[in-house]
Design a binder for this molecule. Sequence first.
Ligand code: PLP
Length: 443
Amino acid sequence: MTVLAADTRTKHARFVLTPWSIQGAANPPTIERGAGSFLYDTDGRRYLDLSAGLVAVNLGHAHPTLVEAIARQAARVCYVTPALGNDERAEFAAELSELSPWAEGGRTFFTAGGGEANEDAIKVARLVTGRPKVLTAFRSFHGSAPGAGTLTGENRRWPTEPGLPGVVHFFAPFPYRSPFYTRDAATETQRALEHIELVLTYEDPGRVAAILIEPVVGTNGVIIYPEGYLSGLRALCDRHGILLIFDEVMTGFGRTGAAFASDRFGVLPDLLTFAKGATSAYVPLGGVLVRETIAEGFERRVLPTGHTFSGHPLAMAAGRAALRAYAEGDLFVRARTVEGWLREGLERLKERLPVIGDVRGVGAFFGVELVKDRATREPLTPWQGTSPGPLPALQRRLLELGVYVFGRYNVLLITPPLIVERDELELGFEALERALGEIDVPA
Ligand code: PLP
């Protein structure tokens, strides 16, 4: 096939392997630049980035503080082996210790992304406890390469199977679709904690190194755990000498209206993984923040893990600049203002559109769950069904209307950059109202 003279869209389709897609079916617009809350394609069309990419571009696009810092660092040094020191790496790790939820701070092991961070976190937990097993929730996503893929609690795990031995899944609360047969939040919490205690009994708590959990479930539906669940997990971990790991890959860096969801909900993990918002996704970066009381143990023993890109200077410079930009705009606090706008706007849509069954969220992190029938809560398309249902067509329609939205099955993720303006959100609500209004469900 000769495509040398073809346009970029044709070349993209021909040569790029696009994740999670039947290759022949993927034909998205080609984005060539971004600014603030908007992306622009090669035809000059503008799209509101209503999901901040994959819930990652927390500072919006082309933020000058980051652009300048990355360019400056590129001119100084682009790569320094992790075995040598680097000024930006030292400063960024110290700043992360300061930002961490622990009074005594922590140390960071840097990775190139979130999945890798989760793999390193469970490696550390197994080393520190000397125990083999790890518990993670169903309806969780922790990454897709075989290690992190095994930790994932849904169908994106299946292609990685049989995967890592020693990973056990449990059911966590989901107030809108309770796996515990209740619509009462307190009962949901109580039954979910009893359930995990029972799982531990059958797995032997003395053989469990860690419980790894997203403090707010991201791509599995933006699920906010009911009051008492995360603190209940903390207590259970303490009782059994199990380490609690928060996967803050999506929730970190202001997404929930605090530096970390750990701060927003007042529950301390032992290890915390991050990625995405750490550099506002400008440069690939992930990491494991390890509480000082655990990290100091590696003063006297080998930390047996490493990656070529661990602590990459461009990512370090971008991360430091992102922290400056978050602070200058007071953006972790601003996310709570955005929370109010999102709640008001999306609830308004829910009043008008019977296809919206539930609106839930915290900070700038909202899910819109689509249903066939509000009374029965039957999903517009079944979760984990063999087809993605009407979602791809809905996303294409939204792109036509100038809005990019990320989603899975029957849940849309409305997670704009933290710098989004209210009138920009209104453009998004208008497009959502039109596109969702075209879906035929009984009123
Ligand atoms: N953990 C969570 C909660 C995520 O949402 C993701 C990606 O969306 C990951 C881990 C994987 O991160 P990455 O794609 O950077 O490997």
